[in-house]
Each structure stands twice: as C-alpha cells, then as structure tokens.
Design a binder for this molecule. Structure first.
Ligand code: GLN
Length: 241
C-alpha cells in the first residue's frame, strides 16, 4: 500500500533516552522506507513536548535511570502511546524504553516507578553484576527472522508475566536477566528488546517487519534491499567466540 502522506516515525525522548545510540533506529526505519519510494518523516518528541497519538511507528530507546523515570511519568500522563498501541501502531522499545512499557520498574535506590502497563512485565534489579556485552538471539519462530545480534548494558531484570511472550531466546548474552534465556517481549505489534546496536541497523529485517506492519502490507513483501554488509557482520558475529 502507498500512503497519501509521509510515514510518521515518532522518536520518543531522544533528549532523555539517547545514551546508547538508539536514536538511529528511527533513521533506519525512515531510510528503508525512502529506499522503497515511501516518504518518511521523523517526528522528535522531546521532554515536555506534546506526544502525538497519530504516529505510524513509535521508537523509544535506552538511557539512565533518572531520565527513564522522567520519560515514564510523561508518557503515563499523556496516554498517547497507549492510544496508538490500541489502534495497532507498531512500537519498538529498547532497554529503558522496554522497561517503562511494563507494569513497573525498580530504580537503583529501590524505588518502584509505575510503567505504562502495555506489557505484562515487571523489572527488578539484578542481584548479579550489570549485564553488559554482546548478544546473539533466536527470534520467535513465528517472525521468520535470522538470528538477531546486538549488545546489552543494563542492571534491570525483566520478569515476564503469563500473558507476555519473549521476542527471542539468547544464544549468547543475558537478555531479560531472569535466568531463562528470554530476550525482550513480543506483544502484538509492540517489540521490546534489550538489544542496542542500534538494533535496527544490526537487524534490518526487524525494521522491515515494523515497516510492513505500519504500511499494512504482508511482512516479507517489501522490495528487497542490499543488506550484504549487515549479513556479513551477522556471519562474523555468529562465528566469533
Ligand atoms: N537504567 C536501566 C537499567 O540499567 C536501563 C539501561 C539502558 O537503557 N541501557 O536497567
């Protein structure tokens, strides 16, 4: 399908949650849309801005604990993201962004902050060391994706409730940090993950899945692009020890 207006990619709080370069996820989405002849705008929503509820795709990244709490409070007060999810807008949420979509998350001082409740996930603090390093994971088979690669850097451990399903299972790395190999959450069109990279630059197939959902086309039907460099990087990561 072609839109009769540019695709609106809403990048939530790049000023608060930009620590890990996850801002790049919006750039990947916009560029891969443009390469297919679909006009795309990145709409930056900074702290204090009105949050639109008519975006086509929402992306939110990782960051430090204080800004994470500030972002969670503003999103909760707005309600816009919940409305967008209800009408089927795809969301990519990374690390802090993932944690704040859950029911609650714990700060380093033990304070619990309410999340948006869009995911059946509670985030506690890991009792072990901070989880830092390379990740390779196998995405839920229903998605038909090759192994995902990226890196993680978090102290929060995210426990999935009975209605949450992992996005992937780790081959390498920790993932959600609950000892069961689960990585991220897949809930309808909400994709949550601990993978930085940015995750969509490292795994453009995931970007195409979000684009297909936003454009209401069958996943896998978008015009193929030359991803040979990324494929080579994935092969190198899979072969590394
Ligand atoms: N502050 C959160 C944690 O340490 C999120 C970190 C991140 O976004 N990388 O778990």
């Amino acid at each position: 399908m072609t839109l009769d207006r540019p695709l609106r990619i809403v990048r939530l709080f790049p000023d608060l949650l930009g620590t890990y370069g996850d801002d790049g996820n919006a750039v990947v989405l916009a560029q891969r849309a443009r390469w297919r002849g679909v006009e795309a705008d990145i709409v930056d929503v900074r702290s204090g801005d009105l949050i639109p509820d008519d975006g086509d795709i929402y992306v939110i990244g990782g960051g430090e604990d204080g800004p994470q709490t500030a972002a969670a409070r503003q999103l909760a007060a707005s309600g816009a993201l919940g409305r967008a999810v209800e009408r089927g807008a795809p969301v990519l949420a990374v690390c802090a962004g993932f944690q704040l979509l859950g029911t609650s998350f714990l700060g380093p001082d033990g304070t619990s902050t309410a999340g948006l409740g869009l995911l059946d996930v509670v985030t506690e603090r890991s009792t072990g060391p901070r989880m830092v390093g390379d990740v390779i994971s196998d995405a839920d088979p229903s998605l038909g994706l090759p192994p995902l690669t990226g890196y993680e850097n978090h102290a929060g451990a995210s426990r999935l409730g009975p209605t949450a399903r992992p996005l992937a299972r780790v081959r390498r790395g920790t993932g959600n940090g609950t000892g069961d190999g689960a990585e991220g959450v897949l809930a309808g069109r909400v994709v949550a993950t601990y993978l930085h990279g940015p995750v969509l630059a490292r795994n453009p197939v995931l970007a195409d899945l979000l684009l297909a959902w936003a454009l209401h086309v069958v996943p896998g039907s978008l015009e193929p692009l030359d991803d040979s460099l990324v494929d080579a990087l994935r092969a190198e990561r899979l072969a590394s020890r």
